[in-house]
Design a protein around this ligand. Structure first.
Ligand code: NDP
Length: 328
């Protein structure tokens, strides 16, 4: 293995953020007990914000962005990992304040890593990526609230995006009746191929928010926030639950308490970044069991490291369908 490796580096100048393709040495990596030969990373929405500089994601400069990666351990001072182990990393501030996945090598504390389940390749791990792992956490959150396939329809917002596409695939495989909400209704065939039973225009969630609207949903996975989430809440059936993980529409929540106090609706926040390890292990075990890997292949595409800046701009513009894997 050569002494240097390719990486994207983001720095800050007086004019704003700069991005360069560069060569680094392992001495330039940050502290950690495990060094990994990164085989794949991905472009999540948060990576889009980080790489374009459109959101305040990067908190330390210069930084290798990329909030997740999968690869093979090359060196380990951690008792749980040995050279040759296949591992996946999501979150923990990687790609925000610790060098991330847009490099051929990474070094992190061993506690941040998850051993890759046998049936999932490193490329598939990144087709799942932080978006898919978060989708799994959202499904687990709905299950914990007692939402089951027998409860009624479950709606997924941002359906053609990364979290949405994987959430639909998992829910459909588990037997839920899944309604896909999208701004790209031309993607109906794609969304149905993932398992959506029907597709609705996301405009249905964009109107003025009533305290209570006609009850329709037993469960929801929401990536949009803002008016979408507020409208969703007002449409929940009695005792229904929303797993909210995103802000693709906005950070605000112009809602009332009516759905909570009159229908017992539940709003469950889902964070993936600092999720405790036992739940990460559970989520990856569930992904191995509950996500159809052929469907996963059909919703993902591959790009090279050089293509990351363009993909980052596309994801922030809402133009990316499914998941993008970056091949290192
Ligand atoms: P994507 O860009 O792949 O998907 C987001 C989708 O949201 C878009 O494809 C679009 O879907 C929809 N969307 C975009 N703009 C709007 C809008 N103005 N109103 C309503 N819907 C909109 O991103 P990801 O799937 O990677 O991430 C989705 C969200 O989840 C992001 O906000 C991200 O930050 C968050 N997230 C949070 C995590 C956590 O730990 N809490 C972890 C991972 C992601 P369509 O075209 O189908 O309408």
């Amino acid at each position: 293995m050569s002494d240097t490796f390719r990486a994207i580096l983001i720095d800050k100048s007086e004019d704003g953020q700069t991005l360069s393709f560069t060569e680094l040495t392992e001495d330039q990596l940050m502290d950690g007990s495990v060094t990994v030969a990164v085989e794949h990373s991905t472009v999540n929405y948060k990576d889009g914000l980080a790489v374009t500089g459109k959101g305040p994601i990067i908190r330390k400069y210069p930084l290798v962005p990329g909030i997740d990666f999968a690869g093979t351990v090359t060196k380990s001072d951690h008792a749980d990992y040995r050279e040759g182990d296949r591992v996946v990393l999501n979150g923990w501030g990687v790609g925000e304040k610790h060098h991330g996945g847009y490099a051929e090598r990474a070094r992190v504390p061993g506690e941040w890593l998850v051993p890759l389940p046998d049936r999932i390749s490193t490329a598939q791990a990144m087709a799942i990526g932080t978006a898919g792992y978060t989708a799994m956490l959202c499904v687990m959150a709905l299950e914990e609230q007692g939402v089951s396939p027998a409860s009624g329809e479950v709606v997924v917002t941002g359906a053609a995006g990364g979290v949405g596409s994987v959430a639909i695939s998992i829910l459909a495989r588990l037997g839920y009746t899944v309604v896909a909400s999208t701004g790209r209704t031309e993607e109906e065939d794609y969304l149905k191929s993932l398992g959506a039973s029907s597709v609705i225009d996301r405009d249905e969630f964009s109107g003025p928010v009533k305290p209570l609207a006609k009850a329709r949903w037993a469960g929801a996975v929401d990536v949009a926030g803002s008016t979408t989430l507020a409208n969703l809440l007002s449409q929940m059936e009695y005792g229904g639950a929303v797993a909210a993980c995103g802000l693709a529409q906005g950070m605000d929540l112009p809602a009332s308490v009516a759905p909570f106090i009159l229908r017992g609706a539940r709003l469950i926040g889902v964070d993936s970044v600092y999720r405790p390890r036992p739940q990460r292990l559970e989520a990856w075990k569930r992904l191995e069991r509950d996500l159809d890997l052929d469907t996963l292949d059909s919703l993902s595409s591959h790009i090279a490291l050089e293509d990351v800046p363009d993909a980052a701009a596309d994801i922030v513009a809402g133009k990316v369908r499914g998941r993008i894997v970056v091949d290192l």
